[in-house]
Design a protein around this ligand. Sequence first.
Ligand code: PLP
Length: 375
Amino acid sequence: MKPYCRPDIAAMAGYTPGEQPRDRRYIKLNTNENPYPPSPAVRDALSTFTPDDLRLYPDPLALELRRQAARTTNNKQLTEDWVIAGNGSDDLLTIAVRTFVGQEQALAYPDPTYSLYPVLAQLQGAQTRPIPLDQNFELPPNFTHYTTDARLLFIARPNAPTGNSFDMQRMQQVCNDFPGIVWIDEAYADFADNNCLELVDRHPNVVVSRTLSKSYSLAGLRLGLAYANPRLINEMMKVKDSYNVNMLTQKLALAALGDTDWMQRNSQRIRATREHIGKELRSLGFHVQPSQANFIFTQPPLPAVEYLRQLRQEGILVRHFPGERTGNYVRITIGTDDDMAQLLQVTARILQDSPKTKRETARCPAAALKTKPTT
Ligand SMILES: *Cc1c(COP(=O)(O)O)cnc(C)c1O
């Protein structure tokens, strides 16, 4: 057939989102959604929404929403001109690559991390500079040496899918040393002990992005926010679609941002559950990475894909990331306490039924590295 498509698009795999099954009811611990409902203020805003208003285009600048987003930071310095809104933070990541990385220029990111980053670079015809994290998934000492020619550096903090958060002083150092834009993707910051928002005041090259998908329980609504110096925001405003945040999202997100207490209470519950489930899994022989997010990244004492398959049979979905550094792990989203009690019960049963020999090979490094040697 005649090749209608750009050859680089035809050659790429594309991003694979986590599964949204429709075949039966599962305990869904695979896409880091929030198990608790959004603020009642969202329901109230929805019930007063007039469909007639949909005749009109939404505010292309999303001004009221950005003003509220600035207010929720509790930083007087940050006004609406320090904020851009997106159709989810994935939209903002796309805008970032299109604004800051030209064709043939490079995008850098730690590895492993959010698997959308290299896909965005490919779409742009840009190069990628994955920088290997160390054994514990921490930033290596000479991190910025690898990245000098990149125009944009994406750092998810807390990182996905590993769940750990990078040291704050290292982050400041990276912001100082890196010659391009440092984009700190804080999709999980509301579940962490600290965040990097104050770095946007101090560094003209730093952007911090957030999302309502996880901590605000609004993944279906699609709203992301990024904070940066107005000079950077202005450039990104030129690149975004004119109406990238629809009218309903602007209205409901405004209501959600007005009730941060609700979000904080849910995040607190999720953090408590996270600590509890970490302990329980360790006592069952799992290796559990320290987590500052709403999920844990863990090595089961049997092959990860086998564990995943058996959980699925029992109606529980978790996520697996193939690859030499992540293939021995599963990522488990923190659900309600009931969800997690189910997970533990099913897990104990799976372990009982799993032959001992299989369990021992699961974490044998030689088996894990069979495909490729590590760098
Ligand atoms: C979930 C996630 C996003 C995407 O968030 P949306 O606002 O739903 O698009 C971005 N970055 C990371 C690291 C994530 O885990």
